[in-house]
Design a binder for this molecule. Structure first.
Ligand code: DLL
Length: 433
């Protein structure tokens, strides 16, 4: 269902005009209230008044995680902390977290954005929605929660972890929709199957997954095991949290809530704009955020944009599913490896379970990459020769795709770490030597 036809099906020219008007306001708002933005603008010799067309956006400076870290905790707030009614943060992997604030107005916009995404995925007020995201400083739980409530669904705020309890509630409460990370969905399926649950007999019908990449093969695996339709939704703490973009039932790209966010795709090296359909780094600008406006924020997520009108009738641009980030690429002996390439190769092999981890180490000054992967129960064999042959086959497939010799270690089902949140696919131990 299209929740807000006015904004979601607005003709392109009108949407462009709305974006320009909101962008001009957002830029002045940030410039006048946040000294850090003013300094960035002044260093480039631009003023908010220079922004006369959407194309002028390129004249504005980029921002990234460092700008938020350097001003920790509240230096990028455009309003006094007293006007902020909620804080969230993103831990990241190193250093101080990033802190973001929301005014009452921001929370209202956020709930509306996630409500749109839930509606696009087919959730209605008849659904019982079980939340499997963490509630806490992470934006996933609260962000999706309020959107679901806003559309009138019955929300079950189970939170992350305690898988047995999730399964019990799913059966007892007649859950129809599940919200979490794709890796947790897979884990739910695994634990449920082990407990003898027949998901095809449950009313569960739709999953809204996000927070980490979910390739098509992984999606198909989740769908067939949980007997649901799985949709992908995208967002990041710095820009708001979930609610930035999500798939409709056509599942041909994620619709960006363009009346609130302006999306660009740039060359990750040079920052030059990339043409429509070309892959590059997603850069986002918030158009309506009051407490923490972000301008030209470098997400490090790689995608491409499609402005053609979708079969669902929405005119908002679609971003291709994010499969990798500029910073999750590992360089092993000079070869660029994305975890998504490893995942696609592994999941195309019969008998491989969708649980894997990439470990990169340095041995005697040489990089060494190992892929630890689980095999399905039925393939796991006590016959050493069978396993060695299977390992060799997996290793050959990876070698030819990556152009790199990779050690493959088959591990017993259930050995690769399971998570209630985002999966850790790469362990890079090279700095340890
Ligand atoms: O993960 C916000 C979110 C929560 C989005 C729940 C959707 C659902 P952060 O923890 O700040 O925020 O992480 C943001 O996660 O830059 C991407 O690299 C990755 N990411 C988020 N959603 C997707 C997705 C939340 N659907 C970072 N596909 C982003 C691929 C995603 N990657």
């Amino acid at each position: 269902m299209i929740r807000d036809p006015e904004h979601e099906t607005m003709p392109r020219a009108a949407l462009d005009a709305l974006q320009l008007q909101r962008l001009q306001r957002a830029v002045s708002w940030a410039y006048e209230r946040i000294p850090h933005y003013r300094a960035l603008f002044d260093a480039r010799g631009v003023k908010p008044g220079d922004l006369r067309a959407l194309g002028d956006l390129e004249r504005l400076p980029f921002t990234d995680k460092l700008d938020l870290r350097d001003t920790y905790p509240f230096g990028m707030f455009a309003v006094p902390v007293e006007r902020v009614v909620r804080l969230h943060s993103s831990s990241g992997t190193t250093g101080k977290p990033i802190v973001v604030g929301y005014t009452k107005g921001d929370l209202d916009t956020w709930a509306e954005c996630t409500a749109r995404i839930a509606s696009a995925a087919g959730v209605t007020d008849k659904d019982r929605v079980q939340m499997a995201f963490l509630y806490g400083m992470f934006t996933g739980g609260w962000g999706m929660h309020y959107g679901m409530e806003r559309i009138g669904a019955t929300v079950i705020p189970a939170g992350s972890g305690n898988t047995e309890r999730h399964l019990m509630m799913m059966r007892d409460f007649g859950t129809t929709a599940i919200v979490g990370t794709p890796s947790y969905a897979l884990y739910l399926a695994e634990v449920g199957e082990r407990a003898g649950i027949d998901f095809s007999r449950l009313p569960l019908r739709v999953g809204l997954f996000g927070g980490e990449p979910c390739g098509e093969r992984l999606r198909a695996e989740i769908e067939s095991r949980l007997h649901i339709t799985a949709t992908d939704n995208y967002g990041l703490t710095e820009v708001m949290g979930p609610g930035v973009a999500g798939e409709c039932e056509c599942r041909c790209g994620l619709h960006v809530n363009e009346d609130h966010f302006l999306a660009e795709v740039v060359d990750p090296e040079t920052g030059e704009p990339r043409g429509e359909g070309e892959e590059g780094e997603l850069v986002l600008t918030t158009l309506t955020r009051e407490a923490c406006p972000v301008l030209r924020y470098r997400t490090h997520d790689l995608t491409s944009l499609d402005r053609s009108v979708c079969a669902c009738g929405r005119t908002t641009l679609r971003m291709r599913k994010v499969r990798h980030r500029t910073d999750d690429m590992v360089i092993v002996r000079g070869v660029n490896v994305f975890p998504s390439q490893v995942e696609d190769t592994l999941l195309a092999i019969e008998g491989i379970a969708p649980h894997y981890q990439i470990v990169v180490e340095r041995e005697h000054g040489m990089d060494r990459m190992e892929v630890r992967v689980e095999v399905a129960e039925e393939v796991f064999s006590d016959v050493m020769a069978d396993m060695v042959a299977f390992e060799g086959n997996v290793s050959d497939r990876l070698n030819s795709v990556l152009g790199l010799s990779v050690k493959v270690t088959l591990v017993e089902p259930g050995t690769v770490e399971r998570t209630a949140g985002k999966a850790r696919r790469v362990v890079d131990d090279r700095s340890a030597e």
